[in-house]
Design a protein around this ligand. Structure first.
Ligand SMILES: Cc1cc2nc3c(=O)[nH]c(=O)nc-3n(C[C@H](O)[C@H](O)[C@H](O)COP(=O)(O)O)c2cc1C
Length: 317
């Protein structure tokens, strides 16, 4: 099936899909309609991490279709973060109502909002009353611990002119266990008046086909971990197929460009190796023996050994 009419979004994956990854990905495999930038948020002492600020810098994103995201616990944080993004010229901003990690939810951030629809309503009223020169979208889960929480939240979201809602039908407490629940997505489609984006567990063309049978009208899909494992995934979901040999060649090219780009930005072997090790935690899954591949990467103590390990992985695993 030709799937040029569908839209594929790249999910934000903090620590993985940074501007270096996004640029290399778009230049090698591409196929992504929007790259969502991992969240911008306040850390300790109301400081924003340098890496997060670098990620939203317009000069680091060139002409790529990127959408920044904010993770916030209250109005003050939200408005301050939005101001930074407006100053950089962003015209669309995504609100994170789905981050499941207790470090965020314990501070009232991310999925914690799913349990406080009234406060959310107040927040959005304040936000829209400012008539800011930006559109807003939401990325959310089904609830913090209860997958019925989303219903009251949808009622609130329907009252505001949101751009779209990206919905990952799992609760935050599930983290990544179990399966994303299509029945919850079906329910959301019937309750939400905004354009909906499906997100969760799309790892292959077969996964997408299955979802398209369930939701034939659904047009926009977000992929996350799937493109860390297989960076060709967005392109494949659009109907581009690759011969195995060609795919391997392009994966190697992708890897090499990523390594070059991180090498140009990071100082010293250990930093570069740390970044590449992290990348391999997902990328190794696209090889026949992920465990062996990961082991080889992990035991590389310098870049010379690392490069030899990578050649061996592409040759043998
Ligand atoms: C390592 C990691 C980092 C993530 N960082 C973010 C983030 O910054 N913002 C966000 O909205 N979601 C974040 N997510 C959630 C993903 O965007 C996505 O919703 C989730 O992985 C489900 O999609 P998938 O099954 O296609 O991976 C992260 C997930 C992972 C695994």
């Amino acid at each position: 099936m030709t799937q040029n009419t569908i839209k594929i979004y790249q999910a934000p994956l903090q620590g993985f899909t940074d501007f270096v990854f996004r640029k290399v990905h778009s230049e090698t495999f591409g196929g992504v309609d929007k790259y969502f930038i991992p969240y911008l948020s306040y850390g300790k002492g109301r400081e924003i991490k340098k890496s997060q600020l670098k990620d939203v810098l317009p000069e680091n994103n060139g002409a790529l279709p990127v959408i920044p995201q904010v993770l916030f616990s209250d109005q003050a944080e939200l408005f301050d973060l939005i101001k930074i993004l407006l100053d950089y010229g962003y015209e669309e901003i995504n609100l994170n109502l789905g981050c499941p990690y207790p470090m965020a939810t314990n501070r009232g951030r991310g999925a914690a909002w799913l349990e406080k629809p009234e406060e959310l309503n107040e927040l959005l009223q304040q936000l829209y009353s400012k008539a800011l020169p930006a559109r807003f979208s939401v990325k959310m889960r089904a609830g913090l611990t209860n997958d019925q929480d989303a219903k009251a939240v949808f009622g609130v979201l329907n009252e505001f002119p949101l751009e779209e809602i990206i919905y990952h039908p799992r609760t935050a407490s599930q983290m990544y266990t179990g399966k994303a629940n299509p029945a919850l997505f079906a329910e959301a489609l019937s309750l939400v008046k905004h354009p909906m984006v499906y997100n969760g567990d799309l790892f292959s063309e077969a996964d997408l086909e299955q979802m398209r049978v369930l939701f034939p009208e659904q047009n926009t899909w977000m992929i996350g971990r799937g493109s860390l494992i297989m960076p060709a995934l967005a392109s494949q979901l659009r109907g581009n197929s690759y011969e195995l040999k060609e795919l391997r060649r392009k994966m190697k090219e992708f890897h090499d460009q990523l390594l070059d780009a991180y090498s140009a930005r990071l100082q010293g072997d250990s930093h570069i190796l740390m970044k590449m090790n992290q990348f391999w935690t997902y990328f190794c899954e696209s090889f026949e023996n992920p465990h062996k591949a990961m082991k080889l990467v992990k035991k590389s103590s310098n870049l010379v050994k690392y490069n030899a390990a990578v050649v061996e992985i592409f040759r043998n695993y």
